[in-house]
Ligand binder design. Sequence first.
Ligand code: NAD
Ligand code: DAU
Length: 352
Amino acid sequence: MTILVTGGAGFIGSNFVIDWLAGHDEALVNLDALTYAGNLANLDGLRGDPRHRFVHGDIRDRALVERLLGEHRPRAVLHFAAESHVDRSIHGPEAFFDTNVTGTLRLLEAVTGYWRALEEAERNAFCFLHVSTDEVFGTLGPEDAAFTETNRYLPNSPYAASKAASDHLARAWHHTYGLPVVTTNCSNNYGPYQFPEKLIPLCIHRALAGEPLPVYGDGLQVRDWLYVSDHCAAIRTVLAAARIGETWNIGGHNELTNLEVVHTLCALLDELRPRADGLPYACQITHVRDRPGHDRRYAIDASKLARELGWSPAETFASGIRRTVAWYLAHEVWVRDVTSGAYREWLGRHYA
Ligand code: NAD
Ligand code: DAU
């Protein structure tokens, strides 16, 4: 038995691949285009492991995807590959529609052709798992109930619009062609191997470099944080047991303002790697211009997944963020390698 994963050299994808092979003997084909966000070093621990087959390629390359499906005959396709950073989508939306929309469309077409030609038993057992985000639901006021699976889609950023479009494609391929699809909508992830453009690794990296910690606007925007291995466990649970054709929310029950997150990071760094001058890292916090169209609050109601499939997160924010800071402190070479010229160019352009 084999599964095919797209985007398995990115943050969540590589954590999923590592966790999967730590817990299963089932082989895994990993298709990733290695954009700036994809990093083979994340998978160094799997070098020489015959269960992991990495393929450098693009989900938009339908011929390649068809060849991989025919060759490896996976029982499931797990679709993580995407352009994922909201700020980049504001500077350059097109890449988001190329990968998240056209890429998902080509992948669905290739997978549908493959699935139709399977023997009946294999066809009945097949699953296309589409990994999506809570951002498709838009923004919440302070007193609003958390997003459930039935919330209206109200995407506000180009990234969220492209993910919403990809969710609609996945849904339509199930309803029109019968492809066995499940979709997951998850809140903000954090943990090892996250590219330091996202809030948590960005602040750890910049704190250690003695640079300003850029908090957008008043810093009172709220996100619901989930440790990445809990997300990976939820995806395995959905793959194993979820009803086909449904969507499943995944969240961490950790609603925090951005300022609370950044102050927590600063306090952990004060404890684990104090500044040479004895000042608290919080003195580096700097309020900068807000993100255009910035969603004020996300909160996920993950009770369907808990009630019906028995999943709940193992990490609290306190335990997960401590593990995360410790991981970044122990992997400064990884951080140095990904913060190359292209990364500095992004920082210069975005935070100028
Ligand atoms: P990421 O940006 O870290 O990784 C994306 C991966 O996809 C990279 O390895 C990249 O090389 C690959 N990729 C991009 N374009 C590709 C293409 N055309 N063909 C093949 N590979 C391509 O993203 P992430 O944070 O790991 O997110 C993974 C998925 O989870 C995305 O679909 C994202 O929308 C979703 N998601 C992310 C979060 C989060 O907090 N990070 C939360 C909810 C959902
Ligand atoms: O909610 C799920 C989404 O979470 C995923 O779909 C996205 O792929 C993922 O990138 C993430 O989106 P956010 O925009 O919430 O994540 P980001 O880390 O970019 O920002 C988190 C919050 O911190 C957000 O309110 C913006 C703020 N922020 C971010 C950066 C990079 C700052 O205040 N300063 C910063 O420099």
